[in-house]
Design a protein around this ligand. Structure first.
Ligand SMILES: [Zn+2]
Length: 168
């Protein structure tokens, strides 16, 4: 399966998924922000391509969105912590994860000082983009239809995360 198939799927799948979320914003990519030195960890495009898989690179550095219901992390229910796949910063605790039914790993709150946000007005929508505050890697978007206590839904690409179970 090549990268394009993996990330974008077929037209039919795109429609099923509601389509709009499948392509990330391009107004200001994480890579551009990183190039301006606004993140603690910065790497060249070549360095990121060495560290990340091509699918991870597309999400984290180019703001692509993975196909819904493709991430094994959707079904991850163990206690532990989700880390940035780019720089390994701990970003989401398992106890804020919930099943949103969207097909992407969803959380109602990030760890303190873990994520940054920016407005994303691409695709004729007004959304809040969410990224790693340390390396600028794109995670996903934050919506206002989440559960209590925050009412927020952090809709995150599984490709942008790695999971570390708690020590038993
Ligand atoms: Zn990071």
């Amino acid at each position: 399966m090549n990268k394009r198939e993996l990330l974008y799927g077929t037209g039919a799948l795109t429609l099923l998924a509601g389509g709009a979320a499948l392509f990330g914003g391009r107004a200001m990519t994480s890579a551009q922000a990183a190039a301006e030195g606004s993140f603690e960890i910065t790497r060249s495009e070549d360095e990121w391509r060495t560290i990340l898989t091509s699918a991870q690179f597309s999400v984290l550095r180019e703001e692509a969105t993975e196909r819904p219901f493709t991430s094994p992390l959707n079904n991850e229910k163990r206690a532990g912590t989700f880390h940035c796949a780019g720089c390994d910063l701990a970003v989401y605790p398992s106890d804020t994860k919930y099943d949103s039914g969207t097909g992407w790993p969803s959380f109602w709150e990030a760890l303190p000082n873990a994520v940054g946000t920016k407005p994303d007005n691409s695709l004729f929508m007004r959304r809040t983009e969410c990224h790693c505050r340390r390396c600028g890697g794109h995670f996903g978007h934050i919506f206002d239809d989440g559960p209590p206590p925050t009412g927020k839904r952090h809709c995150i690409n599984g490709l942008a995360l790695s999971f570390k179970p708690s020590q038993a």
